[in-house]
Design a protein around this ligand. Structure first.
Ligand code: FAD
Length: 367
């Protein structure tokens, strides 16, 4: 008997929304559900005092994938925001990513040659293959940048000492010998005008969306509704953790409304010393060049994660990747469910890569 929907999409984040949009466009019947009470997944923004607050952490759209840039521009016009974060180390302010502005401030130098000479000298402290993250970072950028701008931040981020973290976590560090504070190298960058939630809302236009519905709590009911499921939740949870629990790093956000127009002068300030427990403060209005009389700032605290909490950063070490491979094997045995997105694929995926991956699935599944 034909079921009510061709596709049930679990998760109204960008992966689910792109797939749902394309399936609907091709005449398929689609139902989207999400256990949160809003659409847009981790891109969700809450509007207060006319300011879009990035509820699940700062999201900056950047890509070198022209087809993805053209794709998202169908649903939103993007502003000219360029991410140029600043690092605060014990009150000293440094531009990021590491570039001539950073080096000039750190060593009172002016030319690329002077910066290269200092870094080369400091890197020479590491003479053999780096054994841990500390040695890896010093071998890439030298001791001063490591001590002031990497050590404390990374230890907070991962909850472990840099000497206890594997070297592979930082394969490369962006070092630029030009006076260029643009954090990303990508060709395209910006924030959707009107916010991410509006952009996803447009993708989901004319598609039935049910919010506050956890698929896993109503599995039988929802499985009965559709022939095929696109699942963008955590893959281990789908299988009831039968092989073990995939690990994540958690985050805790504290947001404050301040009665001032401009609190920190930039959207993102990283706090790179170890003694301050948060990693960054976001001032949301600067993503959209806001001129409102008030402002909202969010402190971002990394934390240990446990089942039932929001899963933020996958811990892509060997142990977890082996475990994930076991779930992939299990997933291959069921033909009516496709796992996708950052949770379904246990990958630290930026938005553009998630959209590219959803579009690739569309090609395969709906061609
Ligand atoms: P999500 O957006 O997480 O959506 C998945 C949805 O599925 C969620 O809404 C969830 O509620 C729902 N769901 C899960 N399980 C169930 C269930 N059982 N039943 C019903 N619904 C369910 N990317 C960038 O490109 N630029 C950035 O600046 C950037 N910053 C980031 C900052 C932080 C702190 C984090 C954590 C990520 C950042 N990202 C950034 C990555 C970005 O968030 C992801 O690429 C994107 O959210 C992935 O989309 P998705 O659809 O796969 O997953």
């Amino acid at each position: 008997m034909k079921k009510k929907f061709d596709y049930l999409v679990v998760g109204a984040g960008p992966f689910g929304a792109v797939f749902a949009h394309e399936a609907h466009k091709r005449g398929k019947s689609v139902l989207v559900i999400d256990r949160r009470n809003h659409i847009a997944g981790n891109l969700y923004c809450e509007n207060k005092d006319d300011i879009n607050i990035h509820v699940y952490g700062a999201h900056i759209f950047h890509t070198s994938l022209k087809h993805v840039w053209d794709y998202v521009n169908q649903f939103a016009e993007f502003n000219h925001y360029v991410n140029s974060p600043v690092a605060n180390y014990k009150g000293e302010m440094y531009n990021l990513p590491f570039n001539m502005n950073t080096f000039s401030k750190m060593w009172n130098i002016r030319t690329p040659k002077e910066a290269q000479d200092i870094i080369t000298k400091q890197r020479s402290a590491i003479t053999s293959e780096p054994k841990n993250l500390e040695e890896q970072a010093i071998s890439l950028v030298g001791t001063d940048i490591y001590e002031k701008l990497i050590k404390g931040y990374t230890e907070k981020q991962w909850g472990r000492k840099c000497t206890e973290l594997p070297a592979f976590i930082i394969k490369r560090l962006p070092v630029r010998y030009t006076y260029d504070n643009n954090y990303f190298n990508d060709r395209f960058q910006g924030i959707p005008m009107g916010g991410y939630t509006k952009m996803i809302e447009r993708m989901l236009e004319d598609i039935e969306v049910r919010l506050g519905v956890d698929f896993l709590k109503h599995r039988d009911e929802y499985e009965a509704l559709s022939d095929k499921i696109i699942y963008t939740g955590t893959i281990d949870e789908y299988f009831d953790y039968s092989e073990g629990v995939l690990e994540y790093r958690g985050l805790h956000f504290e947001t404050e409304r301040l009665e001032e127009e401009n609190h920190q002068g930039v959207a993102v300030v990283n706090y790179t010393e170890g003694d301050i427990p948060y990693t960054r403060i976001i001032e949301h209005k600067h993503f959209e060049f806001g001129t409102q009389p008030v402002t909202y700032v969010t402190k971002e605290y990394p934390k240990d994660w446990k089942i039932g909490e929001e899963a933020y950063y996958p811990v892509n070490d060997v142990k977890n990747l082996d475990l994930y491979a076991k779930y992939v094997k299990k997933a291959e045995t069921i033909s009516n469910v496709i796992f996708g997105g950052r949770l379904g694929e246990y990958k630290y995926y930026d938005m553009d890569k998630v959209i590219a991956s959803a579009l690739a699935l569309v090609e395969k599944e709906l061609a």
